[in-house]
Design a protein around this ligand. Structure first.
Ligand code: URA
Length: 210
């Protein structure tokens, strides 16, 4: 699975351990998702293309480099909304293409319900974000949706993944790199990642008890 890139960094490992803790409150949870996403995107954006530009500093004319890849960040609703601010901090010019998938609690399958892409989506590198990579169903459907629409360059950033989902995904889309901060033991019978961190959307939006 050479497309699966686990990012190892002491700061990420430290933050993930606090994130997993069931006693971490929603405020801190959101802060950690933001910080981890920032660090992950820093790594995942290493191979973005650059173009040479001319700049005039207060002292002299010179040349520099700026991103030539146009980016479309695709948060999968709803948990990935917690990762979006981190992307804007690093790539403020990114456009956002929302993808809505909802888990059917009986079949555990992802069901598509919404998409809103920028007009020039075909010219953009798509970076799909979703904090949990569980069964792989949502990830496969999201990539299929974008590929069917003609998006050529796609990356995926997640935070915690399960081996089953990653294996399934890699067999279908070996060309799509998936960046993760942790690969856990597996899935339980409800499709939750073990040990995981619970329902990421509920913890970001504080809807655990509602
Ligand atoms: N989605 C979550 O939010 N958590 C899991 O463990 C699996 C899917």
């Amino acid at each position: 699975m050479s497309n699966i890139k686990k990012i190892s960094h002491p700061l990420i490992e430290h933050k993930i351990s606090i994130l997993r803790d069931k006693n971490t409150d929603p405020f801190q949870f959101r802060m950690l998702i933001d910080e981890i996403s920032y660090l992950m995107l820093f790594e995942a954006s290493r191979d973005l293309e650059l173009k040479e530009v001319r700049i005039e500093t207060p002292v002299a004319k010179t040349k520099g480099k700026k991103l030539s890849s146009k980016i479309m960040i695709c948060p999968i609703l709803r948990a990935a909304l917690g990762m979006l601010d981190a992307v804007f901090k690093l790539i403020p010019d990114a456009s956002v293409g929302f993808l809505g998938f909802q888990r059917n609690e009986e079949s555990l399958e992802a069901e598509f319900f919404y998409a809103k892409l920028p007009k020039d989506y075909k010219e953009r590198t798509a970076i799909i974000i979703d904090p949990m990579f569980a069964t792989g169903g949502t990830a496969i459907d999201a990539v299929k949706y974008l590929k069917d629409k003609g998006v050529k360059d796609i990356k995926f950033i997640s935070i915690v993944g399960a081996p089953e989902g990653l294996e399934k995904f890699s067999k279908i889309y070996p060309d799509v790199e998936v960046y993760l901060a942790a690969i856990d033991e597996g899935l339980n019978d409800k499709g939750y990642i073990v040990p995981g961190l619970g329902d990421a959307g509920d913890r970001v939006f504080n809807t655990l008890n509602s």
